[in-house]
Design a protein around this ligand. Structure first.
Ligand SMILES: Nc1ncnc2c1ncn2[C@@H]1O[C@H](COP(=O)(O)OP(=O)(O)OP(=O)(O)O)[C@@H](O)[C@H]1O
Ligand SMILES: [Mg+2]
Length: 310
């Protein structure tokens, strides 16, 4: 059974005044499996929030269907094992951290009592917020607020958690803390659905991503496969390359890109080694040799550009 499953989802909005139609999702079919950290990426207006809203039955598809844990999202029981951290959440600022968790715990159907209090203690500890539990949240920093939001989404121990921009506005140390917490949740078999614009972050956290553009699913795959090494190598030398040496490199790979102390080649591993032999036999010291991998950000920009010109 898939944790999330959508079948040919379509969502068409009609703008209120102009009556213009917007296709927010086109024939969107995908699955998320148990224990995955799944990232949904896409430019502004791509349809990401629309998808989350359909999965949480906050809005309904024009066509197609969606299931959580095998139950149609139209059935409210589909949501019993789900946690949600909305983007830009606003908790009542006059409450303390602990009161926020009690309030939202009860809203999610937990009964007030020892079990809930124990769970709140556990969550505050996990988020490093124990010493702030009795402080009003209006005094919390942005990072503390996000961690409190994360605690809220995990309070009822859900099996699937939707996180909309969980590290938004959080400093590098806080982001690392959040990444570690997500890894910990994942190791307990939970599934995480993440919506983020911070692609370096997504690259570090997610197992699999889908890229949405104008309602279309244009790319989907494992992060490792999508960013895997390309056949491009960069050699950096200690010594400045002489004209003579440059000529010898070009004799091996006529398309090599050559700088003062740098050679880039896409001619494959044999020619790379040929270039290295030639440099060494000419007494050139090599500092580093690197294989280029594309970042998720590079991939994202490329596929969006390509899709927009089609
Ligand atoms: N309630 C609505 N009524 C009409 N059009 C809407 C409504 N909600 C969203 N849209 C339109 O649907 C498209 C997808 O919007 P959506 O909010 O899902 O994008 P998004 O990928 O979440 O963008 P962002 O990254 O900016 O949050 C946009 O063109 C948007 O204008
Ligand atoms: Mg959105």
């Amino acid at each position: 059974m898939h944790v999330i499953e959508t079948q040919n989802l379509y969502k068409e909005y009609t703008q209120k005044f102009s009556k213009q139609k917007v296709n927010a999702l086109n024939d969107f079919t995908f699955n998320v499996e148990q224990g995955e950290i799944f990232g949904l990426l896409g430019p502004n207006g791509a349809g990401k929030t629309t998808l989350i809203k359909i999965l949480l039955a906050i809005t309904f598809p024009t066509n197609g269907s969606a299931k959580l844990f095998g139950t149609d999202v139209k059935n409210h029981k589909a949501k019993t094992k789900v946690g949600y951290l909305p983007e830009n959440h606003k908790f009542p600022s006059y409450l303390t951290g602990e009161q926020v968790l009690k309030y939202y715990g009860q809203l999610s159907g937990m009964s007030a009592g020892t079990d809930m209090n124990k769970r709140i203690d556990e969550m505050l500890g996990m988020m490093n917020l124990t010493q702030w539990r009795n402080t009003k949240i209006k005094k919390y920093s942005k990072g503390m607020m996000q961690k409190l939001g994360l605690a809220q989404s995990m309070l009822s121990d859900p099996d699937l958690i939707f996180l909309d921009e969980p590290t938004d506005g959080v400093d590098p140390i806080g982001r690392k803390e959040i990444r570690d917490i997500l890894a910990q949740i994942k190791s307990r078999g939970k599934t995480i659905f993440l919506n983020s614009h911070l692609l370096s972050e997504v690259e570090m956290i997610c197992d699999r991503v889908a890229i949405l553009n104008k309602g279309d699913l244009i790319k989907e795959g494992n992060v490792d496969d999508l960013t895997k090494a390309e056949n491009i190598f960069a050699i950096h030398t200690v010594d400045t390359l002489t004209m003579d040496v440059k000529q010898k490199v070009l004799a091996i790979d006529g398309n090599a890109g050559i700088g003062e102390k740098e050679i880039n080649t896409e001619a494959g591993i044999d020619k790379l080694n040929g270039i290295i032999d030639s440099l060494r036999s000419n007494g050139v010291k090599i500092q580093t040799v690197n294989q280029k991998t594309s970042t998720l950000e590079e991939l994202f920009i490329n596929v969006i550009k390509k899709d927009n010109t089609n």
